[in-house]
Design a protein around this ligand. Structure first.
Ligand SMILES: NC(=O)c1ccc[n+]([C@@H]2O[C@H](COP(=O)([O-])OP(=O)(O)OC[C@H]3O[C@@H](n4cnc5c(N)ncnc54)[C@H](OP(=O)(O)O)[C@@H]3O)[C@@H](O)[C@H]2O)c1
Length: 351
């Protein structure tokens, strides 16, 4: 089978191609990787249709992610596909069923094996490529906003990096709950998409100051401030937007796409009665799996009802993975970037 191997740490976005003669390349396309065997009576082998790129996958190959697997490893976390083979005791799935799920590592490959308890049926009518990009991005934002922050319709939600994977999910979940949603992005294409989703106010960082723009909006709506800050970016933007938070606000610390870990002053958190939630979604699978499973089931139901949509701006083949990482690095993604396989192997389409 085809699989992408990370053989050494480095920048996959710096490559012009996945040429196997480039010995310095951190990633390599293996065309004869062994197909994984069923490893228990309840194991299921899935033929992968698509797998999404998350910022964490990029950080992991760079060696900058909190989890550092031994080399070599197959990167990749969330994916979708169809059931290819089942163990003798599998009761929930049959060959051909459409499923999606996530793994700590290993989805950048044509086949993957997981226990049936870790798989989610993709509802009829849902696009399999979109389903591949739902678990991590929407799962993170759903657990953060619904389980942790207990979002309600009366709250003002401010989303940073709002056209990225987790950001675009957070914005849509905010709208499902009827909250007032403010989105912070960079660039006219992203602004246009967010406006089309009915976001209440969009800040374009290319030509606006975030605090002035949000203050103007809040004043016009007679709102006091922001109740929930959803922050996958960090750095200066966190520092700026903390000035907009209400008494009793919540900060959801999701990630540091800017590369800068922000400081949240404890004295101000005390005086303003803020709650700071650190959230590491993947760890729910170990510490609180029921929350994560219920959350993904609800999201798949919402997707089947058209309440949320997974936006995929770029689709690449596995052989074009380096280009997929460039898209993430250069902030060109609007929503998600996906690696897709055709029945013959990697697809070559690109939107
Ligand atoms: N805590 C968790 O469990 C969890 C789960 C998933 C993701 N995350 C983290 O959340 C962050 C975002 O992940 P994602 O998959 O949504 O990434 P993404 O799709 O690449 O989106 C990141 C967004 O951040 C903004 N950004 C601002 N400064 C940036 C910079 N210097 N470089 C790149 N992007 C920058 C970009 O928006 P503009 O260009 O519009 O400003 C971009 O759309 C990452 O740090 C990731 O590790 C955490």
């Amino acid at each position: 089978m085809e699989a992408l191997l990370c053989k050494k740490l480095g920048d996959p976005a710096a490559l012009t191609s996945l040429d196997e003669r480039n010995l310095d390349s951190p990633i390599e396309l293996s065309k004869n990787h062994p197909i994984p065997e069923l490893n228990s009576p309840t194991a299921v082998r899935i033929r992968v249709k698509a797998t999404s790129l998350n910022y964490a996958n990029y950080l992991q190959i760079l060696g900058k992610y909190q989890e550092k697997p031994p080399l070599p490893f197959i990167p990749g976390s969330d994916y979708s596909g169809t059931v290819d083979a089942i163990g003798s005791s599998v009761s929930k799935f049959k060959v051909g069923d459409p499923v999606c799920s996530f793994v700590a590592l290993g989805s950048f490959a044509q086949f993957i094996v997981q226990d049936e308890s870790q798989l989610y049926p993709v509802p009829a009518g849902c696009d399999l490529v979109a389903a591949a990009a739902l678990p991590v991005a929407f799962g993170t934002s759903h657990v953060a906003l619904v389980h942790r922050a207990k979002l309600t319709s009366s709250q003002v939600l401010l989303v940073l990096g709002a056209a990225g994977g987790v950001g675009l999910a957070a914005v849509q979940i905010g709208k499902v709950f009827g909250a007032t949603v403010i989105a912070v992005v960079r660039g006219p294409e992203k602004v246009q998409l967010l406006k089309s989703l009915g976001v209440d106010h969009v800040v374009d960082l290319r030509n606006e100051n975030v605090t002035e723009s949000v203050k103007g909006f809040l004043k016009a709506r007679r709102l006091k401030g922001v109740d929930i800050l959803y922050d996958p970016v960090g750095g200066k933007l966190t520092k700026e937007t903390m000035k907009l938070l209400n008494w009793g606000a919540q900060i959801l610390v999701i990630g540091f796409a800017s590369g800068d870990i922000p400081v949240i002053p404890a004295n101000i958190a005390l005086v303003k009665n803020w709650t700071v939630h650190g959230l590491y979604w993947g760890s729910y699978n170990i510490h609180s799996p029921a929350v994560l499973r219920e959350s993904l089931r609800e999201l798949l139901f919402w997707m089947s009802r058209g309440l949320i949509k997974v936006f995929v701006s770029h689709i690449y083949s596995l052989a074009e993975s380096n280009l997929a990482f460039v898209t993430i690095k250069e902030r060109k993604a609007v929503g998600k970037v996906v690696i897709a396989f055709t029945d013959q192997g990697s697809g070559r389409s690109k939107l």
